[in-house]
Design a protein around this ligand. Structure first.
Ligand code: C2E
Ligand code: CA
Ligand code: CA
Length: 733
């Protein structure tokens, strides 16, 4: 019995009075005697404060069946050899791998010393202990059981602590959401409960820094039976035990241990203090006391991390260059005021040609200019409204309508700012949207203001959003999306309109014109969708496709016996200015194998947005390839005729609007009467488009116009229609 006493003495801390709680132990053995001796040896013992309760299985199969139903077994005393030589080990494998019971402790017992399993098996399957049955005297058996149950407890605690840690980590990740601190606090309760093997019930209080009163302790998180205490101020808590412990802890800035509770105190680097109260049915032992210290140190570190995370959060709301609120912050602010129903408006300010300033004078200068603008805005606008940076050169100003009246807004279209000692005049586009105009959320207000801003750019004055602007913009967006989709699905197609020489009336060229037929059979005019494609950049891909298609179709026309025909393709200014335009053109010509001399490009005077130098370079490159050039819509363009005389172009196309005017004017008095001699004097060919009547034709012929295009000759036709038309015309001549 000496041995037994020793064990009890050394395990004094762990063997206490029986509670109604007990450890469940499963004895698995095909020998009934073993069950009996085990019971005899262990009956009435208490381990780690709990009694023992036994269950019995007489084969591995029976044991597995039992474990499938019972989730509470902490320890299995398992016979190695039963129905088969491996029955015990097989059962271990099933328990660990199939039943996924990783926590349950297993002590393997065997009759013969030769049946010792491999060491690998013992570690792989986490077999707690391996014992020859001869060693299972009362004291040794008890030691084994205590060790196994202790290890089970640790596993359980680790598990709970891990869950607590997960919550804490999770809290750090949630810095955007306000819940960050609360999740952290909940994690702390869980972790503490796991660590000290207590029920996860408790409350966390913090000093309320925002109130400026250190004594305003408030409950910020709760768990279990304390749930109803959430958000309450500590002095108001009726539970005397809880209230006193927390106040003692907070005022003494220390951890308070009582017989039936633990109140942990810690502080984070910002100075905010925390007290966590948790019920503990028994006082902590020495080991746990030490653990508590480590835990508290850790806590203040973690809490300071939360602080750090809060700082990160601040950064997420701030523009990194100008240190003013960013778009996300503006959205928050709008959302806040939206709920109150007050009369607020949002202005979006866009600096006109800011990118040029940036390109010419550098980014640093650009940043200084933006800063100067923000300063000037604060100077100009009363009652410091909310000013945020939305994108590179767009700012949002959000404030009460009464502060941002029409006069003030009008002043914002032109501002003088000081950069590096120089005064610089900035021109701004301004879009305005009213918060009462939105139903849903902040982003709707931003959208509306953007729509208005876009209009403002076109009109060069502040634009106030209204339903009409919204409707038109939304229609355009829908139309553009449809266009993109239909273009991607190759639903657009080309038609070709013949051009003839006045002399002899022979066909020499076709103009390719793009067509878009909607699902419902209606056509959208290119005058409507080409500008959309241009604004969205879609024209680049579209233009390449048009050129390729037109060239391929021209090859077919040549093969069908009309080998001298040329093709005129419209090129938008956006396409023409694109840096890769020449490469694209060369590639298409190479791929289709057509002689470039068969290609004519129709450009408009709007290409003069490019520098004269760049235009001339491109035009010369085209000339070198023998590609001919026509200036489309001649006479309608804004550019002066003066620049055109320097362009190496082959042809000018008189716009159909001038041709149609012919009918209203006496001979010699129409614009055409002026323009044709002008073109001639520049030694260019003159083509008149939109010719619908013989009278028009005759008058143009008399004016020495060289080429004609229009319904009089033919409407634009699909390729098969065109081939048929050509053949018929050929057969007539
Ligand atoms: P545009 O280049 O000035 O094209 C001439 C327009 O006049 C075409 O309209 C044509 O169908 C029309 N037309 C031709 N003969 C007559 C006539 O006798 N009477 C009348 N009333 N109209 C006539 P469409 O096809 O609607 O094209 C409109 C504009 O869309 C074109 O003007 C051009 O600027 C643009 N466009 C069309 N296709 C393309 C293309 O493939 N690429 C580019 N970039 N723009 C294109
Ligand atoms: Ca056996
Ligand atoms: Ca044209």
């Amino acid at each position: 019995m000496q041995e037994d006493t020793m064990i009890f003495a050394s395990e004094e801390d762990d063997v206490r009075t029986v509670t109604d709680d007990y450890w469940e132990i499963l004895i698995v053995d095909d020998d009934k005697d073993v069950h009996d001796t085990t019971l005899f040896a262990l009956n009435g013992c208490e381990v780690l404060g709990k009694g023992l309760k036994f269950f019995h299985a007489y084969s591995a199969e029976e044991a597995i069946a039992f474990l499938k139903k019972d989730q509470n077994i902490a320890l299995i005393l398992l016979d190695a050899v039963m129905e088969t030589d491996h029955a015990g080990l097989d059962a271990v494998r099933i328990i660990r791998e199939e039943l996924k019971r990783e926590d349950v402790r297993i002590v393997l017992r065997t009759g013969q010393p030769g049946q010792v399993p491999e060491l690998d098996t013992i570690t792989d399957y986490d077999i707690n202990d391996y014992k020859p049955k001869s060693e299972l005297t009362r004291s040794r058996l008890l030691t084994t059981v205590i060790a196994a149950l202790r290890s089970w407890t640790q596993i359980k605690r680790l598990e709970a602590s891990r869950q607590g840690l997960e919550k804490i980590v999770d809290a750090s990740n949630q810095f955007i959401a306000e819940k960050g601190l609360q999740r952290f606090a909940e994690g702390v309760i869980l972790q503490m409960a796991g660590l000290f093997n207590l029920k996860p019930e408790g409350i966390v209080c913090a000093t309320n820094l925002s109130s400026g009163d250190d004594k305003d302790y408030q409950v910020i998180a709760t768990a279990g039976e304390f749930a109803s205490f959430i958000n309450r101020f500590v002095p108001e808590i009726e539970n005397l035990k809880v209230r006193e412990s927390i106040i003692e802890s907070m005022e003494g800035q220390k951890t308070v241990l009582r017989d039936d509770s633990i109140t942990v105190f810690f502080k984070e680097s910002s100075g905010r203090a925390y007290a966590i109260y948790i019920d503990s049915p028994k006082p902590l032992n020495k080991v746990d006391n030490h653990l508590l210290e480590v835990f508290c140190t850790n806590l203040s570190l973690s809490a300071s991390n939360i602080e750090l995370v809060t700082r990160l959060k601040r950064q997420a709301w701030e523009d990194q260059v100008l240190h003013i609120p960013n778009m996300a912050a503006l959205m928050e602010e709008v959302q806040k005021w939206h709920k109150t129903g007050e009369d607020f408006i949002l202005l979006l300010l866009d600096i006109n040609s800011f990118s040029q300033v940036n390109d010419l004078l550098g980014h640093e200068y650009g940043d200084e200019l933006l800063q100067a603008l923000v300063d000037e805005l604060h100077h100009q606008l009363p009652h410091s409204p909310f000013i945020a940076r939305i994108s590179a050169d767009i700012f949002g100003v959000f404030g009460p309508e009464s502060d941002l009246n029409e006069n003030i807004i009008n002043r914002l279209t032109s501002l003088e700012v000081a950069v590096r000692g120089d005064l610089r005049e900035l021109s701004l586009s301004v879009g305005v949207a009213h918060i009462s105009g939105i139903d849903n959320n902040a982003s709707e207000l931003l959208h509306n203001a953007f729509f208005a801003l876009k209009q403002s750019k076109e009109r060069s004055e502040p634009v106030y959003y209204n339903d009409d602007i919204g409707k038109r913009t939304r229609e355009r967006i829908t139309l553009l999306n449809d266009l993109k989709a239909d273009f991607a699905e190759k639903k657009l197609f080309l038609v070709y309109q013949p051009q003839i020489r006045v002399q002899g009336e022979d066909v020499y060229c076709f103009e390719s014109l793009l067509r878009w037929k909607r699902e419902d059979g209606t056509f959208v005019s290119p005058e409507k969708f080409i500008p959309l494609a241009e604004q969205s950049g879609l024209i680049i891909a579209m233009g390449e496709w048009i050129l390729r298609r037109a060239m391929e179709d021209l090859k077919i026309i040549h093969k069908e016996g009309f080998a001298t025909m040329k093709m005129a393709v419209n090129v938008s200014a956006i396409q023409f200015c694109h840096p890769r335009f020449m490469d694209m053109l060369d590639q298409v010509l190479e791929d289709t194998g057509l002689d470039p001399a068969f290609l004519e490009l129709e450009i408009t005077e709007s290409i003069s947005i490019m520098s004269v130098k760049d235009i001339l370079k491109l035009l010369e490159a085209l000339q070198k390839r023998k590609i001919s050039l026509a200036v489309d819509d001649f006479g309608t363009g804004y550019s002066s005729l003066s620049s055109i005389d320097r362009w190496p172009v082959n042809r000018i196309k008189i716009d159909k609007s001038f041709v149609q005017q012919l009918d209203d004017y006496e001979e010699g008095s129409s614009i055409v009467d002026l323009v044709i001699p002008l073109g001639k004097s520049l030694s260019m060919n003159i083509l008149a488009e939109g010719v619908e009547t013989r009278e028009q034709f005759d008058r143009l012929a008399k004016l020495d116009c060289s080429e004609i295009q229009g319904y009089l000759i033919s409407k634009p036709k699909t390729l098969p229609e065109l081939l048929e038309w050509l053949k018929e015309r050929e057969s007539k001549s």
